[in-house]
Design a protein around this ligand. Structure first.
Ligand SMILES: *Cc1c(COP(=O)(O)O)cnc(C)c1O
Length: 379
């Protein structure tokens, strides 16, 4: 984390709420991923934090990208545009996968000129693509267990494994090449067994597809879910990576290309939020602090991402239990009813670490409170 002295200085200079992005940490996370999983190309899931400066840092480090909307596609494409024209087209699958299985026809039409690699998981989508994105390459998203993940995705996306080969055949009949399979085990997947089961399901489908004559599939996308170290209960990434390396090498021949779509893992630890106490009251005998960012802002992940953030004070002192609220007029705007903080005064600063993923990405302007200013360090 960025040293407290530097955080405080930045907050004095820029004001609060302040969202401080540490680009050295973004690069460290990327290289840690690569070091532990050398066979896997990382496609950063832009939705975790779509800041163009973060995308550029990852692009320059060698990452590829998972996008889920045309605006996200364009954020990444800004970086590809800098390449000489003759290498660009060969490059797009190496650099971008459009990994939202459901795409509006207008979006498909916007994507088609780029000959994109896209995921799908149902027959309607094949019909839409046949009409509006005939130049796409396809990846079939399959449903896998999401047991115990902080954010569950399997109820919304993924073909049932039993339908997979039929969907591959249907896409081929419509004139597409199905490059391979993808899955997502759910976000902040601390139950590593989800990955083991998913790899087994994918390997069975590859096998069945080969038996039925589809030997063109050469891509496996193991999705996101790689957990960020929010607390000591999360096992180190090295433990998961060792399991993945072993299972991937056991189940998939060397000529199968393996990619992943880490979002949270790349950015969660790379940002710290600094907020200021703007109000103070005692309710039912308990200190209540009101700060200048909340659930409608950078702490939106408490609601959307099911992620509980904690606050720490810059100030020392005996800690006591307290509540912390955001600045809006809504009671939902509650950051925590059980924080341990020293006795704070108006104007005191607090910080919340590991808040880089699914945080300011889903912030709103509700009630007229501006979003936290973003500053980039070590860019
Ligand atoms: C959100 C998402 C990701 C990123 O997931 P993390 O848990 O943040 O790693 C990857 N792939 C797809 C398809 C997603 O929807």
């Amino acid at each position: 984390m960025i040293p407290l002295k530097q955080l405080r200085k930045l907050a004095e200079e820029h004001g609060t709420p302040l969202f401080v992005v540490d680009h050295d940490e973004v690069r460290r996370n990327y290289f840690e991923f690569k070091r532990h999983l050398p066979r896997v190309q990382a496609y950063y899931a832009v939705k975790a934090n779509p800041d163009p400066a973060i995308v550029k840092t990852l692009y320059d480090a060698g990452a590829s990208f998972d996008v889920a909307s045309f605006p996200e596609f364009l954020i990444v494409h800004e970086n590809i545009k800098r390449l000489p024209a003759r290498v660009r087209q060969d490059y797009i699958w190496d650099k971008i996968i459009y990994a939202n299985p459901i795409k509006a026809v207008d979006t498909l039409a916007q994507l088609d000129p780029y000959k994109p690699l896209v995921t799908y998981d149902n027959h309607e989508e094949i019909n839409k693509m046949a009409c509006c994105a005939p130049h796409a390459g396809l990846v079939l998203r399959i449903q896998v267990p999401n047991t115990g993940s902080m954010v569950e995705l399997s109820s919304k996306f993924g073909a049932a494994p039993g339908d997979a080969v039929d969907l591959i055949e249907a896409a081929r009949a419509a004139g597409f090449v199905v490059e391979g399979l993808s899955f997502h085990v759910g976000s902040q997947a601390t139950n590593f067994d989800n990955y083991i089961q998913a790899l087994g399901i994918a390997a069975d489908i590859f096998h069945e597809a080969r038996l039925r004559g589809h030997d063109k599939m050469n891509l496996l996308d193991i999705g996101g879910g790689f957990p960020a170290p929010y607390d000591a209960s999360v096992k180190p990434f090295g433990v998961l990576a060792r399991l993945l390396r072993k299972e991937i090498d056991r189940l998939f021949p060397k000529d199968i290309e393996i990619i992943a779509e880490p979002g949270r893992f790349m950015v969660a630890t790379a940002a710290t939020l600094v907020v200021k106490v703007i109000g103070k009251a005692t309710r039912d005998g308990k200190p209540c602090y009101y700060v200048d960012d909340g659930l409608y802002g950078t702490f939106s992940g408490i609601l959307f991402d099911h992620c509980q953030y904690h606050l720490d004070a810059f100030k020392k002192g005996r800690k006591e239990i307290c509540s912390v609220f955001g600045p809006t007029c809504d009671a939902l705007d509650t950051i925590s009813r059980a924080e341990y903080l020293p006795n704070l005064a108006l104007g005191d600063l607090l910080y919340s670490k590991n808040i880089g993923a699914y945080s300011n990405a889903s912030a709103t302007d509700f009630n007229g409170f501006p979003r936290a200013k973003v500053v980039h360090v070590n860019r």
